[in-house]
Design a binder for this molecule. Structure first.
Ligand code: AMP
Length: 318
C-alpha cells in the first residue's frame, strides 16, 4: 500500500493535475474532489488543477467543475477519488493516456487502475482520507477546504451514524474544527434543504413500501409517479438512508426509473446482511451495507428483490 507521502511526491512531479470521481456524485465524492483541488492550488501555486465530471444543482454550493478539452493527458496526472472501478469514473474517457494515475478510495477493492493506489476500506469517507493526506504532508488548509472535507465526512457517515464512523473519524473531525474554526452548523442548511415536493414524495414512499416475510422492504418508483410528485429520478436516492432504524426492515431497496438514461437505479441498504456482492451480480457494487446498481429492466428488479430476500432469510436463520 502506498503512503500519502508518496502521493504528494507524485503530485509534485506534474504541473497539470486532473481530479475525477464516480458518477452520480454525492457529498463525499464532491467534498473530496473540491477539497483536494483547493489543497493542491493553495500549496502549489504554479500548478493547474482541474475537477471534472458533472454536478447536481443542489451541490453547486460546494464548488464548480472544470473543462479539460485543451489538456494533454500525456503531460498530466490524473487523481481518481472515491471510485473502486474504471467503469464508474466520470468525465474521463482516455484513462490510459494519462502520464500517471493515483487512486484514493474507501470502497472495498474492485480493480487496480492506478499506478499508485491508496485504499482504506474501513475509513468513513474519501474526504476523511483527504484530510489525513493534508495532515500527513503538513499542507496549509483554507476554510473552504475544511468545509468541503466536513461536508464529505458528514455526508458519507450520515451525520456520524453509519458503521465506519470510528474514534479516528471523530478525532480527525475535532482536529479539523480546531484547526480551521469553520462554522459547521451553517453547512447543514445548504446540504439538507429540500423542496416540499420531495417531502410529499417521501410520504408516498413510506405509505407504499412493500415488506417481504424476510424483512426486505422495496418500492418501484416509475417515471409516472415521479412526474406526479414533481421530483427527479435522483430524489429517492437521497432518502434511502432514512429507513435505517425501522424495526421491521433489515434490507431495503428503492428502484427509480430514469427514462432519459434508460436505466432503473437501485439504491440498496442493509442493517445486517452483506449486500454488495448481490449488487455486483447485477453490474453494481458498493459497500457491504450500502450498495447500488443500474438495471435495464423491471425483471432484473424482481430478481434482485428475490436475491435480497434470500440473503435476509439466511441472515435471520443464523
Ligand atoms: P447509492 O445508493 O447511489 O447512494 O450508492 C451506495 C454505494 O454503492 C456507494 O458507495 C456507491 O459508490 C455504490 N454504487 C452505487 N451505484 C453503483 C453502481 N451502479 N455500480 C457500483 N457501485 C455503485
Amino acid at each position: 500500500m502506498k503512503s500519502f507521502k508518496e502521493i504528494l511526491k507524485e503530485i509534485k512531479k506534474y504541473n497539470n493535475v486532473v481530479i475525477a470521481r464516480h458518477i452520480g456524485a454525492d457529498p463525499d465524492a464532491l467534498g473530496s474532489q473540491f477539497s483536494l483541488k483547493e489543497l493542491i492550488q493553495t500549496n502549489f501555486k504554479n500548478k493547474s488543477v482541474y475537477a471534472v465530471g458533472s454536478i447536481a444543482s443542489r451541490f453547486r454550493f460546494m464548488g464548480a467543475l472544470d473543462k479539460i478539452d485543451d489538456l494533454d493527458p500525456k503531460e498530466s496526472l490524473l487523481i481518481v477519488l472515491d471510485t473502486p472501478d474504471k467503469k464508474r469514473i466520470e468525465g474521463i474517457d482516455n484513462l490510459e493516456e494519462f502520464a500517471s494515475i493515483i487512486k484514493i478510495d474507501h470502497h472495498p477493492f474492485v480493480e487496480k487502475y492506478g499506478n499508485i493506489e491508496y485504499i482504506e476500506d474501513q475509513a468513513s469517507s474519501t474526504s476523511q482520507l483527504i484530510f489525513k493526506f493534508a495532515l500527513d504532508n503538513k499542507l496549509k488548509l483554507t476554510k473552504k477546504i475544511a468545509e468541503n472535507i466536513y461536508i464529505g465526512i458528514v455526508g458519507d457517515t450520515d451525520r456520524f451514524l453509519h458503521d465506519y464512523t470510528t474514534n479516528e473519524t471523530i478525532r480527525l473531525v475535532s482536529k479539523l474544527l480546531d484547526m480551521t474554526n469553520i462554522e459547521f452548523t451553517k453547512l447543514y442548511e445548504p446540504l439538507y434543504i429540500r423542496p416540499l415536493s420531495e417531502i410529499r414524495f417521501q410520504g408516498y414512499i413510506y405509505q407504499n413500501l412493500t415488506l417481504t416475510e424476510n424483512h426486505v422492504a422495496y418500492i418501484k418508483l416509475t417515471d409516472d409517479i415521479m412526474k406526479k410528485y414533481e421530483v427527479d429520478s435522483a430524489a429517492a436516492g437521497n432518502m434511502i438512508n432514512d429507513l435505517k432504524f425501522v424495526q421491521e426492515i433489515i434490507v431495503w431497496v428503492f428502484f427509480s426509473e430514469d427514462v432519459k438514461s434508460k436505466i432503473i437505479k437501485a439504491n440498496i441498504r442493509s442493517r445486517g446482511p452483506i449486500i454488495n456482492d448481490i449488487a455486483a451480480n447485477y453490474g453494481g457494487g458498493g459497500h457491504i451495507y450500502a450498495s447500488g446498481a443500474r438495471l435495464t429492466n423491471w425483471v432484473d428488479a424482481e430478481n434482485l428483490i428475490k436475491d435480497l430476500d434470500e440473503v435476509a432469510k439466511n441472515y435471520l436463520a443464523q
